[in-house]
Design a protein around this ligand. Sequence first.
Ligand SMILES: [Zn+2]
Ligand SMILES: [Zn+2]
Ligand SMILES: [Zn+2]
Length: 79
Amino acid sequence: MCHERYVANDYRLCGHTVRLPDVFIECGKPNCRYSAYHNPNCQNCLQTCNQIRGYPEQYRPLINSLCPDCVARAAASRR
Ligand SMILES: [Zn+2]
Ligand SMILES: [Zn+2]
Ligand SMILES: [Zn+2]
């Protein structure tokens, strides 16, 4: 089922979280209203096709480093 994925990287060394753009995960089924394979001229769409989107999924990988901001700050203060 099609759904959104909310992506946020957790950086372990500084504790910051960086939100990334949401990703739309699609199911690829022709009988799903949100799929790229769905026929835009679909007749009787309400009867024949899936009309609901799945619950958004959270994706929060824990990354064992500093966030890009802190890396930039550390590089700037090193000079
Ligand atoms: Zn779908
Ligand atoms: Zn349809
Ligand atoms: Zn940071």
